[in-house]
Design a protein around this ligand. Structure first.
Ligand SMILES: C[S@@+](CC[C@H](N)C(=O)[O-])C[C@H]1O[C@@H](n2cnc3c(N)ncnc32)[C@H](O)[C@@H]1O
Length: 448
């Protein structure tokens, strides 16, 4: 990677300050910045993305390194200085092609530009020490080694065991290509692949789904012809498996109660092959606008979107849906690999509050399923309180029975829990995000 100009590093500093010091979401701040600075060369934009995401991803490790190499602990440093040091350590330890002395001198320049000329010597001294002591940074404890808060590691170890937990920690740090679901109504897999490759994108098949591709090496997804033409939709394989598990059949009426930005709904509309109808709901106008943009791009006519609070009962839908999709708000621990700030913002209290919200929504939306119809409950997390325990609660409190998923998912997933109508996907075990999928059938002869 070529040496990026100081202006680019200033941009990285500002983005990281927003995220690390003001608690803004990384993907939002990064997306806004990349949209604003579209004119920057592709290499600079890639440098910004990698440095921002990498610094956040490795933050606990980086702070461990800085605490070893500085007399002033990271917590006590001025926010601008600690951010300059954090992004510099990331470059020194994980971006081999930038010489340490270049990182060091850019960091000193940045400190001066941000009116900390008096701390130039401190910044220089700490970074030189980091450069000299690299062999000492092989931390044995998993918190520092994998940059993951200890309480999460302990939870996962007790739930999934040490081996699966370590696989997961490694998977969260591994580079993953973007998965796109192909809209085969609009173009064949071969046409889509050719179009992407013609624009310099590296394309491989998805190991989990026939109608998905893994892509990497692109700059700005929205500028790809296949995206503009509505041929592809970004959707992780785990999320696309929801559509497969739902068993949706042509002509069915589907209600997606928390559906923005529309990934799963569009997949369901695609699987309906122009028949039936999907109604997508979400809480706000801005979220529904996102869904509508995606619907417009896809060209599908059997799907519409509307604002509705899923906690509020809608009598018009009572016993009305063949399929209700409840892909509910959750702690998102399964997508830490894509949105690394989630791991620092999560807490047992937030997980508990989300589990309460999920039950409130489920109590309402289970009433929309026709007798004999299906409910899909899914989350992009790996906490039992939001997943297995919610499944047990649904089965104990509502007239639903599990739908055997062996036929729909058994060819690509281990069969363990599929016959009981659910699967907890763990990163590392499968090449995808962490995800929970469960499917239920409403019993014919019981009222809710
Ligand atoms: C996991 S996301 C849905 C992702 C979507 N199914 C997809 O595949 O693109 C959960 C969504 O629930 C929405 N949400 C949160 N609370 C809600 C509520 N009370 N009513 C409706 N939607 C809600 C959020 O705005 C968010 O878009």
């Amino acid at each position: 990677m070529a040496k990026a100009p100081t202006q680019t590093r200033e941009l990285i500093l500002d983005i990281l300050l927003e995220i690390l010091e003001k608690g803004q979401h990384s993907h939002v701040v990064l997306r806004q910045a990349l949209e604003k600075y579209q004119y920057l060369p592709k290499s600079d934009r890639a440098f910004i993305t990698r440095t921002v995401e990498g610094t956040i991803e490795r933050l606990i490790t980086i702070d461990g390194v800085l605490d070893l190499c500085s007399n002033t602990k990271v917590k006590k440093m001025k926010p601008v200085i600690r951010t300059i040091l954090r992004m510099s350590v990331y470059q020194m330890l994980w971006m081999d092609r930038i010489p340490d002395r270049a990182v060091c001198s850019e960091a000193v320049n940045l400190a001066e530009k941000r009116h900390f000329a008096g701390l130039k010597g401190f910044v220089n001294g700490v970074l030189r020490s980091v450069s000299r002591r690299k062999e000492e940074f092989d931390f044995p404890d998993w918190e520092k080694k994998y940059s993951m808060p200890d309480w999460l590691i302990e939870n996962w170890k007790s739930q999934y065991g040490s081996k699966a937990t370590e696989q997961m920690l490694q998977a969260f740090l591994a580079e993953m290509p973007t998965t796109v679901r192909c809209n085969l109504d609009r173009a064949s897999l071969e046409e889509i692949r050719e179009s992407l490759e013609a624009q310099g994108v590296t394309v491989t098949e998805s190991p989990l789904l026939a109608h998905a591709l893994q892509i990497s090496g692109y700059d700005y997804l929205e500028s790809l012809d296949a995206f503009e033409n509505g041929w592809i939709q970004v959707q992780d394989a785990s999320s696309a498996l929801v559509g497969q598990a739902s068993g949706v059949r042509e002509g069915e009426l589907v209600l997606d109660v928390c559906g923005a930005p529309g990934g799963k709904s569009l997949d369901l509309a695609d699987r309906l092959k122009g028949s039936g109808q999907v109604v997508v709901r979400d809480l706000t106008e801005s979220k529904i606008t996102l869904v509508e943009d995606n619907i417009y791009r896809s060209g599908f006519t059997n799907i519409r979107a509307e604002v509705w609070d899923a906690r509020e009962f809608d009598p018009e839908w009572e016993n009305g849906a063949d399929l209700v999709l409840a892909d509910l708000p959750c702690s998102g621990l399964g997508i830490i690999g894509k949105k690394p700030d989630i791991k620092y913002q999560a807490s047992p209290e937030k997980i508990h509050d989300l589990a309460v919200l999920q039950r409130e929504i489920l109590e309402t939306v289970t009433r929309y399923v026709k007798p004999g119809g299906r409910l899909v409950y899914s989350t992009c997390t790996i906490s039992p309180e939001e997943n297995e325990k919610q499944r047990e609660w649904i089965l104990a409190n509502f007239p639903f029975e599990p739908v055997d998923l062996t036929d729909s998912l058994g060819s690509v997933l281990a069969k363990e829990s599929l016959k009981d109508g659910y699967v907890q996907l763990l990163p590392g075990k499968y090449p995808c995000d962490g995800f929970f999928i469960s499917v239920y059938r409403r019993k014919e002869d019981e009222t809710l």
